[in-house]
Design a protein around this ligand. Structure first.
Ligand code: HEM
Length: 210
């Protein structure tokens, strides 16, 4: 869970930073998309490096979901009889108790996101190779912008607990580091959430426009 989580965190951070290029305008942003497709050319043919990264990412997602499923089954097997009264949570907070839900909500959003901006477009004039125009055309629809914000918030809550608990899973959990761990989890989740919220907000506000 933790190793694949860290791989996905690395992608999410790089993707958010890359998307900030949107604020530099269509030429820079579309050029960045092209740069990713041209990565390591001419050592490798066009898009091969990108496909290797994609395969790594897909593998990380599949293993992450598989670990989540196994963990859920172990949890249920460990307590076959439900708690009979309301539980008094001591160590668990809202983020940790909602990991399954925020994960499932984000996964559904991600499938939508891939259709929306990578595979086909979702009912607007999608043009392959022009991600800037695609982002503007898609996210200027208010319900879609709201969907991006909801997906981003689900991811933010998921990341907050994930970035905290990965230290526990890896065994890096000396009590002396706990305040550092907490600050890291809050900081990482906040940076990703604020960065990703800025895109639909900027499109709705007309700051990022065609
Ligand atoms: C809300 C903010 C987001 C925006 C504006 C955004 C924007 C984009 C754009 C424009 C593309 C297409 C790039 C291209 O065609 O060159 C893309 C692809 C993608 N996005 Fe996002 N994204 C956002 C959030 C996320 C998040 C949080 C994830 C988390 C996993 C994610 C995962 C992906 C993946 C896996 C691809 C496909 C990359 C590829 O195969 O080349 N995106 N995104």
């Amino acid at each position: 869970m933790a190793i694949t989580g860290m791989m996905i965190m690395g992608f999410v951070f790089a993707h958010m930073v890359g998307n900030l290029k949107m604020f530099l305008g269509p030429v820079d942003f579309n050029h960045y998309g092209e740069f990713l497709r041209e990565l390591l050319v001419p050592i490798l043919p066009r898009t091969v490096a990108l496909w290797l990264l994609r395969i790594g990412l897909i593998t990380a997602f599949v293993l992450h979901i598989h670990s989540a499923y196994s963990l859920t089954r172990m949890n249920h097997a460990a307590r076959e009889v439900q708690y009979q009264s309301k539980r008094d949570y001591i160590a668990a907070n809202f983020a940790s108790r909602s990991m399954r839900w925020t994960g499932i909500i984000f996964a559904i959003f991600l499938v939508w996101h891939l259709f929306d901006l990578t595979f086909t477009g979702t009912g607007y004039h999608y043009v392959r190779g022009y991600p800037y125009q695609n982002v503007v055309n898609s996210l200027s629809r208010v319900p879609v912008a709201l969907l991006y914000m909801a997906g981003t918030i689900a991811l933010g809550i998921h990341l907050f607990h994930g970035a905290w608990s990965l230290f526990q899973s890896m065994g890096w959990n000396n009590p002396r580091f706990n305040s550092w761990r907490r600050n890291f989890a809050i900081g990482f989740a906040a940076i990703i959430t604020i960065g990703n919220l800025s895109f639909p907000i900027a499109v709705l506000a007309g700051v990022v426009a065609n």
